[in-house]
Design a protein around this ligand. Structure first.
Ligand code: NI
Length: 226
């Protein structure tokens, strides 16, 4: 399940974040890739311990945590501190699957990566190529969103970033350990929540809507128990 989260950051916040990132220290992206992934990764990343990157990461994380659509799609328990990458002309990230366990830079032990998140920070017209291509049960989906919008997808998915052929693609990326580790169960809960919210608009708090909400929460209880 791919879910697009619109308006995680508004345009002025994106502009401020981009400015901040320009002042940060950038390194070769291959340093944080595994041995295998390093061979297919050509990009640059913000040094995760640079002060500017830490402030920028906090801005992204709190914006996500405030966004109800993100919460219902990802059902976060814990998150890896957001990171930032940039792809210039000729840079790309070949097909790979993200590591299943990540060490968060804030301590707190290993985090299981259930959900991958990419928050786009460049407007689509400012670069060519650079699509995030995600393998799904319905084939390869190409994702290229407005600056400030994010995509949430199962971290188990094979994915790649197509080569950039013009301009520069800047994004934030992170992983979530979800309350519900199964992607199928998360998708089911998300679909149900969307339907209940739509029903509420016409049926208000009718008894049947309240009953369905009860089913949603009982399923969540069951799935979150593992
Ligand atoms: Ni990846």
């Amino acid at each position: 399940m791919l879910v697009t989260i619109e308006g995680v950051l508004q345009p002025p916040a994106v502009a401020q974040l981009r400015e901040r990132l320009q002042a940060a220290h950038w390194v070769d992206g291959a340093v944080t890739a595994g041995a295998l992934a390093g061979e297919v990764k050509r990009n640059r990343q913000c040094a995760i311990d640079s002060e500017e990157a830490v402030i920028a990461a906090d801005i992204v994380e709190s914006a996500l945590r405030r966004h109800p659509e993100f919460i219902t799609a990802a059902l976060p328990r814990r998150m890896v501190r957001p990171r930032f990458n940039a792809y210039g002309i000729g840079e790309y990230y070949g097909a790979h699957v993200d590591a299943s366990i990540m060490e968060d830079t804030r301590g707190g032990g290993p985090i299981r990566t259930d959900v991958s998140v990419t928050l786009f920070l460049s407007e689509p017209e400012d670069y060519a190529g650079g699509e995030l291509e995600i393998e799904t049960g319905f084939g390869m989906q190409q994702v290229k969103l407005n600056a400030g919008d994010a995509v949430v997808y199962p971290a188990s998915s094979l994915h790649r970033v197509a080569p950039v052929t013009r301009g520069e693609r800047v994004a934030s990326f992170l992983w979530v350990e979800s309350l519900v580790s199964s992607a199928d169960q998360r998708a089911l809960l998300y679909d149900m929540d969307c339907s209940i919210r739509r029903l509420r608009q016409t049926a208000g708090n009718a008894e049947s809507v309240l009953a369905l909400s009860g089913v949603y929460h009982n399923l969540m209880r069951m799935f979150a128990a593992g």
